[in-house]
Design a protein around this ligand. Structure first.
Ligand SMILES: Nc1ncnc2c1ncn2[C@@H]1O[C@H](COP(=O)(O)OP(=O)(O)OP(=O)(O)O)[C@@H](O)[C@H]1O
Length: 253
């Protein structure tokens, strides 16, 4: 899928900076997220991908400018951004383990008319397991619950952090399939280490190093540039073994 586009972006980020414990983890970050398709946020471990997403939605203190659909949101608290239609699927999934699948989904319903049919079509396995405690699901199934919760509401954009992390290859493909279908209904900013998934899904790519944006452009063009992927991700993105999880931040700083 190539959705490299010049249409009006859904998210416009400029000069975003954030500190954690005295360390600057996001440094003057600027990029845009197009109003359609999937934009991949890439980089080695520890470069600040998760922190950038958290800064975007105010989960860590930030400075800079963030616009959602042309409206400034950087001065608003997280709960308000969620209500304005910024869906967040965190890295650790955060399902309520003592609640059933159905209860997890019901808790997430924010709109008067949640998109039940879409979610049931996307995740038939969850329909079958609606009475099962979420804590007894596999990692992949919990990821589906986490994605389903965000998709129930009519969001303007989804921020999804490493949805395939730690999942078996077959389940990675299922999650990728769900993301592909979800992206037909809502634009997505996706942190993803599995570059085969990025290749399949992403139109644009934003690459971070040392808390800064070091590359933006077409995801496929980036992945096809072996020198650039080697330099910025520590891997050759040549179709095989495209998972730079072990490539530590450091060399690119
Ligand atoms: N709660 C925290 N306390 C202290 N330092 C933190 C905390 N969270 C993140 N950091 C530091 O901030 C930097 C950026 O981390 P972040 O998790 O945003 O990177 P990332 O690119 O998402 O990494 P990964 O791919 O490993 O998830 C790292 O140096 C990390 O050690």
């Amino acid at each position: 899928m190539s959705s490299h586009t010049t249409a009006k972006p859904i998210l416009e980020i400029s000069g975003l900076s954030a500190h954690i414990g005295g360390q600057q983890v996001v440094e003057d970050v600027s990029f845009t997220v197009p109003a359609t398709g999937i934009t991949a946020l890439l980089g080695r471990n520890g470069v600040g991908k998760t922190s950038t997403i958290k800064a975007l939605i105010g989960l860590i203190d930030r400075t800079g400018r963030v616009e959602l659909d042309g409206r400034r949101i950087d001065n608003e608290p997280t709960w308000k951004l969620i209500r304005r239609g910024v869906g967040y699927v965190p890295e650790d999934r955060e399902v309520f383990s003592k609640l059933t699948v159905a209860e997890n989904l019901r808790l997430a319903e924010r709109d008067a008319h949640p998109r039940r049919q879409l979610v049931d079509e996307l995740f038939p396995d969850l329909v079958k397991r609606s009475g099962q405690l979420a804590g007894t699901l596999s990692g992949g199934q919990q990821q589906m619950v986490s994605l389903a919760r965000a998709l129930l509401n009519d969001n303007k954009v989804l921020l999804i952090d490493e949805p395939t992390k730690g999942l078996a290859p077959k389940i990675v493909q299922e999650v990728a399939e769900a993301l592909e279908q979800a992206a037909a209904t809502v634009p997505i900013l996706l942190v993803e280490q599995n570059l085969q998934v990025v290749r399949r899904l992403a139109g644009d790519a934003v690459v971070l190093s040392g808390g800064r944006v070091v590359h933006t452009g077409s995801a496929l063009e980036f992945l096809d540039d072996a020198d650039l992927t080697q330099r910025l991700l520590g891997v050759h993105a040549d179709g095989e073994a495209e998972t730079p999880a072990a490539a530590q931040e450091g060399a690119a700083r």
